[in-house]
Design a binder for this molecule. Structure first.
Ligand SMILES: [Zn+2]
Length: 191
């Protein structure tokens, strides 16, 4: 299964919507992505994560992800790899391991996240891995939205690369074309 197959699935499932959207940042975009939709269907999530892992031949003994976005992805990746799964979360703004989770020196770790744009949360998790003396082997994401800019110092595996342009409202080509704007999540535009 190739990138086209998954892109079509993302559109059919309205995980990726095309139209003219007003984002929460106030900017306008021709597309909107809500990756949580992947995990609404566990069978589809298994297929996506399976395809991501299939080409990567990872030798790891732990999966870690940043909460909340990466948690379900981490669970599915660890289930398929047959290794334990933990997640990191912010405590007073600082990415931390809680709930009895720990990292150990020498562990070979796969870091996963659903979507990366700037990759900030992933970098914070990588820092935790390094602090513990463990080794991050790779980063795996369903969707790389960084446009090739995400650099984690380890191989980045992604199922899809998607670039969604964001425009200032007064410099939006979709506005100039007179296309009606909606808030993300509305379904009527995606026919
Ligand atoms: Zn616009």
């Amino acid at each position: 299964m190739n990138q086209t197959h998954f892109l079509e699935q993302f559109e059919q499932r309205q995980i990726l919507q095309n139209g003219h959207f007003r984002l929460t940042s106030g900017k306008h975009s021709s597309g909107y992505m809500q990756c949580a939709g992947v995990f609404q269907d566990p069978a589809f999530a298994a297929q996506c994560v399976g395809a991501l892992l299939a080409g990567s031949e990872l030798d790891v003994n732990l999966v870690i992800s940043p909460a909340i976005g990466g948690v379900l992805m981490g669970y599915e990746a660890s289930r398929q790899l047959g290794v334990p799964n933990i997640f990191a979360e912010r405590e007073q703004g600082v990415m931390s391991l809680r709930r009895g989770f720990s990292l150990e020196a020498g562990q070979r770790v796969l870091v996963v996240e659903d979507v990366v744009t700037t990759g900030g949360s992933v970098k914070e998790v990588l820092a935790l891995v390094e602090q513990a003396g463990a080794k991050a082997v790779a980063v795996g994401v369903l969707v790389d939205r960084s446009g090739g800019k995400a650099d984690f110092g380890v191989p980045l595996h992604s199922l899809l690369q998607v670039s969604l342009p964001a425009y200032e409202p007064d410099d939006c080509p979709l506005c100039r074309d007179g296309r009606p704007i909606t808030k993300p999540g509305s379904r009527e535009l995606s026919k």
